[in-house]
Design a protein around this ligand. Structure first.
Ligand code: HEC
Length: 573
């Protein structure tokens, strides 16, 4: 071998070894991350599952944080400023605004969770809602309190009784106050609410910091975790005191609420859950939640009492773990977003020194910072059941219950990915009910421009309603197993409604026989100027088929309008 080449190979090998020796973690992380990014692309294939997308008209416009369907089979949408809108569900699936409930009169409050009490009936409509007593950097509400004391514990939970015949709120009861949301700048709140099979109420309580220690920027003060933050909380209604509201401010904020008492109505169900936007109790008995991971350049707490980034844990928590978990400043990289299959008392990776939880996510594996080399995950860390990758912002999640598509979607979780403008489908299974398969919803038509936030299924039809938070709309996804399932809208402004183009109809129904671009195949060429039956007969032939039966009739599968638009497409070729 040429001497020069030998020297070159030697230099390259020396460089690789040097990188491995000097930056083992970085190199390892780099490879890992490439594999992980590759791994987070959904891979499953769902044949013959398709949804028709319908943007609902003006009367459904709004920025909705929760969509639910009531015992009266009407759709209720919580708008971010605290109004609850009730829509009639038309036979076509379209929504017609019936009533708007002004939970806060002419005032506004940043509102997220909405759920029906399990005891509700069509005549007794009781809902629970979570909101914040402040404005937020996330959205500016002109009629919300301004310049309020930044130290206020701003999270609230209310119970409302809505009239079934008018827009009046029969009862509006504040149940919990002082949930740990400090200051007007932060972005994580008391989130979506669900009822469990045990009839207890569950909701996600966001974190106050990026990675467990203060963000330590002046405009974010005070930012620190509280005893109840970054959790799933659970409320036992029969333990609530007679006099409401109940303040749940804990001792770290100068309050007296004691969540670890046996008789406490509000308890911590699981911890370390950074920003659980939504959660679902699946019919398989598991609780799943979507978690927004932290961005980078954030700070973690230390377990070493001598560290400056140390706070002693709450008196009832006795830490027996290692004392050498380092504090990280400017931790990187940005963390992934995850789904957790939440177990009672499990820890899910967002540190909180008050609960003596110090290690971020998987420890060493999650951070590039060399101080984290060989740091093991927290003893109680349960890992995640699905990795969305970074910057996906998974928000709303439902379990799909309808059995259309031969039950292919039944029991699947459908998650809105705000950062990706689509829905993703996750199938739980196996002996642990972990996610065993993922499907790219955009391939099934489940795509939205403008930030999908929450979603709900109408179990009677399998229709899915999605709130397009960025686009100010509700979008209806209608399952279409065959062409005849397509909805043709009557009430909405036509220009905005589906109007599946002739080309698309052609591709879906005719292409197999007439070929791509209609150049012919099993059936004759439709793109030239020669017609067996004549140009003026095209519509008639598509509708009724040809006499010899080789070309089938489409009148039962396509509407007249759809036939017209395919005809138009063919003539345009
Ligand atoms: C199963 C195969 C098949 C499918 C699917 C099919 N066609 Fe045909 N089509 C044929 C055949 C074969 C003929 C020729 C019939 C004949 O000779 O009488 C034909 C004839 C026609 C003609 C008449 C052509 C002429 O020259 O007069 C039109 C128009 C047409 N098809 C349109 C469509 C459209 C639009 C669709 C979809 C909605 C469609 N076809 C789907 C097989 C098919």
């Amino acid at each position: 071998m040429n001497k020069k080449i030998k020297t070159l190979i030697f230099i390259i090998m020396a460089l690789v070894i040097a990188i491995l020796v000097l930056y083992p973690n970085k190199f390892n992380r780099y490879v890992h991350r490439q594999i992980r990014t590759y791994k987070t692309k959904p891979k499953g294939v769902l044949e013959n599952v398709k949804f028709q997308k319908i943007e609902l008209g003006k009367s459904a416009e709004g920025q909705y944080t929760s969509l639910i369907i009531g015992p009266d089979h009407k759709l209720y949408a919580n708008s971010i400023d605290g109004k609850i809108k009730r829509f009639l569900i038309q036979p076509s699936g379209e929504l017609k605004l019936e009533h708007t409930f002004k939970t806060f009169g002419d005032e506004q409050r940043l509102t997220i969770g909405l759920v029906f009490d399990p005891a509700s009936t069509r005549d007794s409509l009781v809902v629970w809602t979570t909101f914040s007593e402040t404005s937020s950097g996330w959205i500016d509400l002109p009629n919300a309190p301004k310049n309020i004391d930044k130290t206020i514990w701003a999270g609230r939970l209310s119970r409302l009784q809505l009239s079934s015949t008018s827009d009046s709120i029969l009862k509006n009861e504040l149940v919990l106050t002082d949930l740990p949301r400090f200051g007007p700048n932060n972005e994580n709140f008391a989130n979506s609410i669900v009822f469990g099979p045990d009839r207890k109420l569950y909701f996600g309580q966001g974190a106050n910091t990026g990675m467990g220690w203060c963000d330590c920027e002046e405009n974010q003060e005070p930012s620190r975790e509280a005893l109840l933050s970054a959790t799933i909380l659970t409320l036992e209604l029969n333990k609530l005191p007679n006099v409401l509201p109940l303040s749940v401010k804990t001792i770290d904020g100068g309050g007296i609420y004691e969540p670890y008492n046996e008789n406490a109505p509000l308890k911590i169900y699981a911890t370390g859950i950074r920003n659980p936007y939504d959660l679902v109790w699946h019919s398989n008995g598991e609780l799943y939640t979507t978690i927004n991971g932290s961005g980078g350049d954030e700070n973690t707490p230390s377990s070493d009492p001598m560290s400056e980034q140390y706070t002693p844990p709450y008196s009832k928590i006795h830490y027996k773990g290692p004392k050498n978990i380092p504090a990280i400043t400017n931790a990187h990289p940005d963390q992934n977003d995850f789904m957790a299959r939440v177990k009672k008392n499990g820890y899910y990776g967002h540190p909180n020194p008050l609960r003596a939880e110090y290690v971020l996510n998987y420890g060493d594996e999650s951070l590039d910072n060399f101080e984290y080399n060989s740091i093991a995950p927290d003893e109680n860390f349960r890992g995640f059941t699905y990795n969305f990758g970074p910057h996906v912002a998974p928000t709303g999640v439902i379990e799909y219950r309808s059995d259309n598509f031969q039950g292919k979607l039944q029991g699947c979780l459908i998650v809105a990915r705000m950062g990706k403008n689509d829905l993703i489908i996750l199938k739980p299974g196996g002996d642990k009910n972990d996610i065993i398969q993922d499907y790219d919803g955009s391939k099934l038509g489940l795509q939205i421009n403008g930030g999908p936030l929450d979603l709900v299924e109408d179990k009677k039809t399998g229709n899915i309603y999605v709130s397009g938070f960025g686009s100010n709309k509700i979008i209806l996804f209608h399952p279409t197993e065959k062409q005849s399932d397509m909805i043709t809208l009557k009430n909405t402004d036509k220009s905005k409604s589906i109007n599946i183009s002739g080309k698309k109809l052609y591709q879906e129904n005719c292409q197999i026989c007439h070929g791509a671009n209609a150049k012919g195949g099993l059936g004759p060429n439709l793109a030239d100027d020669q017609w067996i039956y004549g140009k003026e007969k095209i519509y008639y032939i598509i509708r009724n088929g040809s006499e010899n039966g080789k070309m089938t009739a489409w009148k039962d599968k396509l509407t007249n309008n759809q036939i017209k638009s395919v005809e138009k497409y063919i003539l345009s070729l």
